[in-house]
Ligand binder design. Structure first.
Ligand SMILES: CC(C)(COP(=O)(O)OP(=O)(O)OC[C@H]1O[C@@H](n2cnc3c(N)ncnc32)[C@H](O)[C@@H]1OP(=O)(O)O)[C@@H](O)C(=O)NCCC(=O)NCCS
Length: 357
């Protein structure tokens, strides 16, 4: 006898209240997050319920972004989810950043399309005209999906990694590259000094560090129709709250002009105890007026030196760079960073999406 035919379980989208996440929500989302992690970062530790809950709660707490979330349910199984990040500060009021994910075994069934319908409604409600989202080359479905809805590839950006097992002997030790760059620092930039900023940022560092952080606007944005970000004291409080709530240990190192105390450059790194073999190299920038003194190398070498001493279990330092960012890539390549995964940032006009859905 033939087995009874059963219709596929219908998919239902329900908003997720990130500010009031329950253990059941997190329990349902964990297998989805684990499958996506395995697909794109198979060597990383799988997410834990605590780290997933922490990262979702952290995005919900931000002041300069309104974050909305939706889950696609197949019965009681979460088979997809999307997060929409809507800038609510002074800049980029035309933008919505979207991060849709569908379980690998539930793709090509229209779940992604229904997440886009939800995103269209969110974009219209917030009066946004442009949707931006990123893909990684390890999951080519993301590119096919973006292109199918008329998105344009607007920036090539890669995940670059420094393998400390492979490069450790060349980098560390008295004759290593890190020690050499730290020695060269004060020789090539005698008017400057380095200082660690306590996190959360202290009240008196908020305004000058926000001004320094705005140097990140010099990083290439390709064809992306994205404005300069206006960094304020609130932006820094958001970053503190995000990183600390999500469970990261954040380090910030600044270079300052010793006589005046003016900030000239900075570099940031975060580390999470649930993914302890990986450290994330965050933003690095030197203010144009202070370039040409090898401050970038001094900053990055000093950060790596601390990482080696205080986190000897870290195996890989991971970072993201625009492929066209020659200045940053020159330093990173010299240290031993190599491309681990190419990626593309897409942009899609909201009205173009509406026409395609
Ligand atoms: C991108 C992603 C969300 C798509 O989810 P999905 O549920 O498979 O998408 P849909 O079934 O709604 O696909 C809609 C259309 O996109 C296109 N598409 C999606 N995946 C594709 C693939 N692997 N190859 C070719 N076209 C594809 C097709 O035109 C498809 O319509 P069709 O099946 O009628 O031909 C999913 O692959 C995913 O989670 N990827 C990892 C995360 C990611 O890259 N997100 C960023 C996306 S910007």
């Amino acid at each position: 006898m033939d087995p009874p035919l059963s219709a596929p379980t219908p998919i239902e989208l329900r908003p997720l209240d990130l500010a009031r996440l329950t253990d059941d929500d997190v329990g349902a989302l964990l297998p989805l997050a684990t499958a996506l992690r395995l697909e794109s970062r198979p060597d990383d530790a799988p997410p834990t319920a605590a780290s997933l809950a922490g990262s979702l709660a952290a995005v919900a707490g931000m002041q300069e972004l309104t974050v909305e979330a939706v889950v696609a349910w197949e019965g009681d199984r979460a088979v997809g989810r999307a997060l929409a990040f809507v800038p609510s500060g002074v800049d980029n009021r035309h933008l919505l950043q979207l991060d849709p994910q569908v379980a690998p075994d539930r793709r090509r069934r229209g779940v992604g399309r229904s997440l886009l319908r939800w995103a269209l409604e969110v974009a219209r409600r917030h009066d946004r005209r442009l949707i931006v989202g990123g893909t990684g080359a390890r999951v080519p479905a993301g590119d096919a999906f973006a292109l199918a809805f008329g998105a344009r590839a607007s920036l090539q950006a890669s995940l670059n990694e420094l393998d400390l097992e492979e490069h450790g002997s060349r980098l560390f030790g008295p004759d290593g590259l890190v020690a050499a760059w730290i020695r060269e620092g004060p020789e090539r930039a005698p008017a400057y000094e380095l200082a660690w900023l306590p996190r959360p940022y202290e009240a008196e560092t908020l305004a000058p560090f926000a001004a320094l952080k705005s140097t990140m606007n010099d990083a290439p944005r390709g064809e992306l129709d994205v404005e300069d970000r206006v960094y304020t004291a609130d932006s820094l409080r958001d970053m503190d709250a995000y990183e600390i709530t999500a469970g990261y240990e954040p380090w910030t190192l600044v270079a300052r002009h010793a006589a005046s105390g003016v900030y000239a450059g900075f570099t940031e790194m975060v580390w999470h105890p649930d993914n302890p073999a990986i450290a994330f190299q965050g933003d690095t920038a030197v203010v144009p007026a202070h370039r040409g003194h090898a401050l970038g190398k001094w900053l990055k070498a000093t950060m790596l030196d601390r990482l080696r001493r205080e986190r000897p279990g870290v195996r890989v330092v991971r970072t993201g760079n625009a492929d066209s960012n020659a200045a940053m890539l020159a330093i990173n390549h010299a240290l031993g960073f190599r491309q681990a995964e190419g990626g593309t940032v897409y942009q899609l006009e909201v009205e173009e999406l509406a026409a395609r859905l």
